[in-house]
Ligand binder design. Structure first.
Ligand SMILES: Cc1cc2nc3c(=O)[nH]c(=O)nc-3n(C[C@H](O)[C@H](O)[C@H](O)COP(=O)(O)OP(=O)(O)OC[C@H]3O[C@@H](n4cnc5c(N)ncnc54)[C@H](O)[C@@H]3O)c2cc1C
Length: 297
């Protein structure tokens, strides 16, 4: 096999203000690539899927590495917060446990020291591990552009593999997660080819919480990755689970519905049929674990 050619030459610049970013993006357009940890970007540049004359490092902009929790409004996580910081942060562990679980499944410890939440989200990979957990927590991205800041729900941010709703000259500054409903319990289950750190063949996040208003007494949110052009929720399945008393049969029926909705493509990691069956298995396992935790708590 031929040796890979290595990284192409590029210029490195450190952004000191949001104005720097808008200005450079306006002036140089596609020649500029935004950099956080670089664990996706450098691989794409090495493989010549991305080219960049200038790498503009956003890590040192004010607020990009901050985590702030408010018991009324939820948590704000700066785009440059690393996945190890997320998995270890006391407020994340206490109130947004499923984020911490998801962060811990990404690659390996060394990678997670560099890899950031913002990078995972902006890379818009269908298999991004933070995506299903972020969807069930109903996260919103905070985007900064020349016309100001705007918030956008994550399910509208991903528009296809590697594609986001970022407008020209915009960049991600933070991700906001509202407090989950009272008593919520979450579980992220990931299947990869190896436990030593691999992209997801399938990942399923399940969040459940008591809701006396529905016949089931519990509501579930389900987020799935790797089996469609973007990570997604399955509202039809969530509704099915809410509208009847819970039992194993209903959980199985719901998991099969999730499997039917999934639309994986054959790739190097697994066949489409295997991925579909694993959506069924992981959804059932996740629902069962969350349900038993809720009824035993
Ligand atoms: C060995 C290895 C194993 C991996 N394993 C996993 C895994 O198990 N699960 C998983 O989900 N991922 C995995 N990844 C992918 C990667 O590590 C993660 O997606 C990581 O979170 C990316 O974060 P980063 O800070 O390194 O992003 P970067 O590489 O810096 O950026 C990613 C993309 O986002 C853009 N970008 C960066 N910041 C912004 C911004 N503020 N606004 C707009 N666009 C921006 C960049 O231009 C680039 O296109 C792996 C990668 C490697 C190399």
């Amino acid at each position: 096999m031929l040796a890979r050619p290595g990284l192409p030459d590029f210029e490195y610049m450190k952004a000191e203000s949001a104005q720097d970013v808008f200005h450079l993006l306006k002036e140089k357009g596609n020649e500029v690539k935004l950099l956080l940890g670089g664990t996706d970007l450098f691989v794409q540049m090495r493989d010549r899927n991305e080219s960049a004359g200038i790498l503009l490092d956003l890590k040192y902009l004010p607020g990009m590495k901050d985590i702030s929790y408010d018991k009324k409004t939820g948590i704000n996580i700066g785009a440059a917060v690393t996945l190890n910081q997320i998995s270890a942060h006391p407020d994340v562990k206490k109130h947004f446990q499923i984020l911490s679980q998801a962060a811990n499944t990404v690659g390996n410890y060394q990678l997670r020291n560099r890899a950031t939440l913002g990078g995972n989200i902006c890379n818009a990979s269908p298999s991004a591990d933070m995506a299903p957990a972020a969807l069930v927590l109903e996260g919103e991205v905070s985007l900064s552009g020349p016309d100001g800041e705007r918030m956008l729900a994550l399910d509208q941010f991903w528009v296809g593999p590697g594609k986001t709703a970022l407008k020209e000259c915009e960049f991600l500054t933070a991700v906001h997660f509202p407090n989950p409903p009272s008593g919520a319990v979450g579980r992220y289950l990931k299947l990869g080819r190896s436990k030593m750190g691999d992209l997801a063949i399938v990942g399923v996040a399940v969040l459940g919480y008591p809701d006396p208003e529905v016949p089931a007494g519990i509501r579930f949110r389900i987020g799935i990755n790797s089996t469609a052009p973007t990570a997604y929720r399955v509202p039809q399945v969530e509704e099915l689970l809410a509208q009847a008393p819970l039992n194993d049969e209903l959980l199985r029926q719901a998991s099969e519905e999730a499997m039917k909705i999934s639309a994986p493509i054959e790739d190097v990691r697994a066949t489409a049929l295997y991925q579909k069956k694993m959506v069924n298995n992981l959804t059932f396992k996740g629902l069962k674990e969350v349900w038993s935790q809720l009824i035993n708590s």
